[in-house]
Design a protein around this ligand. Sequence first.
Ligand SMILES: *Cc1c(COP(=O)(O)O)cnc(C)c1O
Length: 434
Amino acid sequence: MTHNTDRNFSLFERARAVIPGGVNSPVRAFKAVGGTPRFIGRAQGAYMWDANGTRYIDYIGSWGPMILGHGHPAVLEAVQKAAVDGLSFGAPTEREVELAEAILELMPSMDMVRLVSSGTEAGMSAIRLARGATGRSKILKFEGCYHGHADALLVKAGSGLATFGNATSAGVPPEVVQHTLVLEYNNVVQLEEAFALHGRDLACLMMEPIAGNMNFVRASTEFTRRCRELCTEYGALLVYDEVMTGFRVALGGAQSVYAQQIPGFAPDITVMGKVIGGGMPLAAFGGRREVMEQLAPLGAVYQAGTLSGNPVATACGLATLHEIRKPGFYEALASSTRALVSGLEAAAADEGVPFCADSEGGMFGFFLLPELPQNYAEVMRTDGQRFNRLFHGLLERGVYLAPALYEAGFVSAAHTQDDIAATVAAAREVFKTL
Ligand SMILES: *Cc1c(COP(=O)(O)O)cnc(C)c1O
């Protein structure tokens, strides 16, 4: 297709004139992989069609929310009905109570939950709550974990354990990140040292239990156990950012997966987003009652939102939760995801391409590396040029993966065995050319 006939290209040109970089969230611009982003016209089930009418098998699923696939009839019906009854009231509704009850029933570590509109907002509020509840300022996070774009969380590791992080964005003053300590993921020795030095000043440790913003990296059982134990010992709150993993890797989130390995395991605060809104702007944070009761209007930690608990978004979330609670949902989803991952592994092995992959529930990651990485530095050893050739090779063959090597992938309940087989066949062709 020439640029003259490529509607994606002409839309990108128009977009760049009026929106910085042509996109409303940076990764959509294809900067890492090069080329023209696809402007999506519509989607149904496991497929999306771009502005030229080209169909793609979608493994992004709006970066996680679309666990049922696009256009699920029960979800659409709930959203349409809710819209007719009113788009927003700025007053409480029964549906918010229903959604809160449904979330708490599925996530036993939470006694109370507050609804917000984005994962960023939920993560930022969780930090404020942890600081308010403990009366402490410092927070700990891990390199490669993303918790939204709040100032205090846009931080990379400083020069040593005794020093705090450096901002990863312009516009974030050093004073704002001076309380954020950044450590290597899965590094128990560093974790112990950091707590010995700073433990009594830490309001919280915030982590992705399965990191999905450095592709797909599991926290080891030992690392998870020590995070929990050290937080308890030093009086810091353990904040699980399950914006991506919540209702994605299992009905009880990643914490339910770790609770099987570590009896009694639970975080103090959980941050959720993506799947709980089913594609509408909705996120949440929740935790133990005595912590949550620190929030306004009960307590002194302020937090608010004009569109929080929006009636259409909560209808979408409730309808989505209703579907994923059906018996066998996660077994089927996990088995599709495993079929994809093992198919890709086998194809790569046949073609002699170094490759490894992992998955949990409907979330997966793969690496052009001989073994699974354990932290951000290891993830970044991937040959970026090679990843980009794989990405574009698949895109040309109608398979839409995340346009960056540090992003996880998502399978939905709408992906069929035929979709998976077609994806693996396309990957096999591309592997031959890598
Ligand atoms: C997507 C994501 C966020 C941010 O959520 P937004 O809704 O994009 O603000 C936070 N944490 C994790 C783990 C995420 O994957």
